[in-house]
Design a protein around this ligand. Sequence first.
Ligand code: NAP
Length: 247
Amino acid sequence: MEQQRKCAIVTGGSRGIGRAVCLRLAAEGFDIVLGYAGNDQAAEETLEAIRALGAGAEAVKGDVSEEAVCQALFDRAAEAFGGADVLVNNAGITRDGLLMRMSDEDLDRVLEVNLKGAFRCMRIASRLMARRRSGRIINMSSVVGLHGNAGQVNYAASKAGLIGMTKSLAKELGSRGVTVNAVAPGFIDTDMTAVLPDKVREQLLGSIPLGRLGQAEEVAAAVAFLAGPDAAYITGQVLSVDGGMSI
Ligand code: NAP
């Protein structure tokens, strides 16, 4: 008998870690709805790569901090693939700087995208998944959310907040058969980290026991595990993928 396909929504799925998550889940039998902010070319390339793996692929362009954009992701999943089985809240931004020079806007924007975007998507997912009595929610936190980092007070707050939401929602949805977990990547080789000055990169590398940056595919493997059958009894957890940075 042919196995029924599943569908995953991946926010920020056009580039970096999100793209790797899309490709890994597509390879494991998921159809994908990816969200992205504005880079059409990256989104198009990722859609093509997903389809080349034989999976269905749809994209929703827009700011994940807007409720209507979050809703559009779930509407597209329902229309194209019969609803989402997995939600990966991966969209994220940084606006780094020392707190003494950080504006309210720098805090608000990072919280709006990283924390409230995920909050809104989780709220929609929790209603739908609770009704279905199954589902997986995976939130992209960070080593910075666990341990803090100078120059990232706003980002750390958003990523620590995600961990609190993950654990609370895991308690709310456990009885409905829905698991909620977080992944906490360390220093991963993507556009987000490409902008770091060489000096900062060298310092960071010195703090990683495995002595190298992580690859987006290595984070995607952890997401695929949490989305898959082997993680059915795991909820409310934070899985670090950081080369030992957080030891
Ligand atoms: P990235 O390469 O900068 O990609 C960011 C993705 O998010 C893109 O698809 C982007 O869309 C999308 N996005 C950005 N702002 C958005 C918004 N307002 N609404 C909707 N989508 C938006 O980032 P990354 O390095 O892969 O990081 C992915 C996640 O992992 C983030 O949550 C980040 O905080 C987390 N993380 C990363 C690292 C690391 O070392 N890279 C470490 C720990 C945690 P466009 O392409 O359209 O711009």
